[in-house]
Write a new protein. Structure first.
Length: 443
């Protein structure tokens, strides 16, 4: 066995599958190979992984460059020097997350968007974003100081869809490549909270009881409201510079900066408390304000605010209060938040994640799998990882476990027992997916 190869998975299965200790070429399969629901390794997957090895090596070198850029602050050398190619890619953690959320037809770069048939729509969206950045006074164009390291940026382009999967709008964001920020110089603290899913479920549960009204609003350019305390310099927007060597001296926080979420949350917290709101002790992103029998609640998930009030008049007053403070878009009664679909009837509220479940099934090629009635097979005994070895987290098993854990925490506590990382057996998690398919609308 080669160094670094995971140990064979120890399981007790029917005789058709080799038991522990038997010699079999399939017994040492790496966990990051894609397995079909039947437990067989897909030969086409092996070939595709072999063909993608150069690409993976390239991505690894990009991450090394990004890491080098993040720690080169001691010498203050420009990590993006002129002798490097202008189109060199530097991926930050934020970019990786955003790219992982891209739809099947979302362009991955500005160049790709320019080649697309819908480039006019993308260009209009980008110019709208630039106008908004200018209105917020996000930066000033200045000559680059001799000791400054201007940070590059990129455009993140996404198409937004409604609950029925219909295209509703094009969205563009200028994202600074935060991987090049220098700790202690360009940022210090970065933590920023969001509302707990338990809080959202608890509030939704009392809506039919108290006859509460609810509404959802989106704060336009939320991160652009944060006040930046550090001196950070950025290159001019990709593809839309003025042709000079001037750089952007950031006055407000920008998407991609490590401290953007924190500064926005602090500014939002300050403004809400000025208006008489107090956050809950157990959830700093849930705010409440009482005036006699009138009750107003605000939950915060980054720039998405859910509003709850005891009557239509109280809700109208609350919305006007927020509109006088931020530039907001009224989305009406919420139907979806963080992949959770909300169905509100007169005497009940249900939550589910059918699109999220469908996306996981498609990712692992199980959209045509047969549904089952239980999340675990009672005829298969799984052995726990007694050595508590974490193994390699960068594999498909870890990715599947993470997806199922979010599903468990959000809307499906019924599969909680089956979703346990210590059972290193991907076949059992495939069965859990089949159970989710059979009950995709369970809420």
């Amino acid at each position: 066995m080669k160094p670094g190869t995971p140990e064979p998975i120890q399981v007790d299965l029917p005789p058709a599958v080799p038991h522990e200790g038997e010699r079999n070429d399939d017994s040492n399969l790496k966990l990051n190979n894609t397995l079909q629901p039947g437990g067989q390794c897909n030969n086409q997957t092996k070939k595709r992984q072999h063909d993608e090895e150069p690409q993976l090596e390239s991505e690894s070198s990009q991450r090394k460059l990004c890491k080098r850029a993040a720690v080169d602050y001691k010498r203050l050398n420009d990590p993006f020097s002129e002798d490097e190619e202008e189109n060199e890619t530097y991926q930050s953690y934020t970019e990786v997350i955003l790219e992982g959320m891209l739809g099947p037809d979302d362009p991955e770069s500005l160049k790709e968007a320019k080649r697309a048939n819908d480039w006019p729509q993308w260009e209009d969206t980008i110019r709208t974003e630039l106008n908004q950045l200018e209105q917020f006074g996000t930066w000033e164009l200045v000559e680059c100081p001799s000791d400054a390291i201007p940070i590059p940026n990129k455009w993140v382009l996404r198409k937004k869809y409604n609950k029925q999967g219909e295209l509703t709008k094009y969205k563009a964001r200028l994202v600074i490549k935060g991987c090049a920020q220098r700790p202690g110089f360009d940022y210090t603290d970065t933590f920023s909270p969001v509302v707990r899913l338990e809080t959202i479920r608890a509030i939704l549960a009392i809506i039919p009881i108290k006859r509460l009204k609810m509404c959802q609003i989106d704060v336009k350019g939320a991160y652009l409201n944060g006040i930046l305390k550090e001196n950070v310099y950025m290159r001019q927007p990709e593809g839309f510079g003025d042709g000079t060597n001037r750089v952007c001296w950031l006055q407000k926080t920008l998407y991609g900066l490590k401290q953007s979420g924190r500064e926005w949350n602090k500014e939002l917290d300050r403004r809400l408390k000025v208006k008489g709101f107090n956050n809950l002790q157990l959830d700093p992103c849930a705010y409440i304000r009482r005036n006699g029998d009138n009750l107003e609640i605000i939950t915060v998930w980054v720039d998405d605010l859910m509003l709850f009030a005891t009557s239509d008049s109280v809700m109208e007053h609350l919305a006007e209060d927020l509109e006088s403070t931020f530039d907001v878009t009224d989305l009406g009664e919420p139907s979806k938040i963080v992949s959770i679909e909300i169905t509100h009837r007169r005497n009940s509220i249900t939550i589910s994640q059918p699109q999220y479940v469908d996306s996981i099934l498609r990712k692992y090629g199980m959209q045509d799998a047969n549904p089952v009635s239980t999340p675990l097979d009672p005829n298969v005994k799984l052995k726990p990882n007694t050595n508590e070895q974490e193994g390699n987290n960068n594999n498909e098993y870890a990715s599947l476990i993470g997806s199922l854990q979010y599903l468990t925490v959000a809307t499906r506590p019924d599969i909680a027992y089956a979703v346990k990382p210590r059972f290193l057996h991907i076949k059992s998690e495939f069965r859990t997916l089949q159970r989710c398919k059979a009950s995709v609308k369970v809420s």
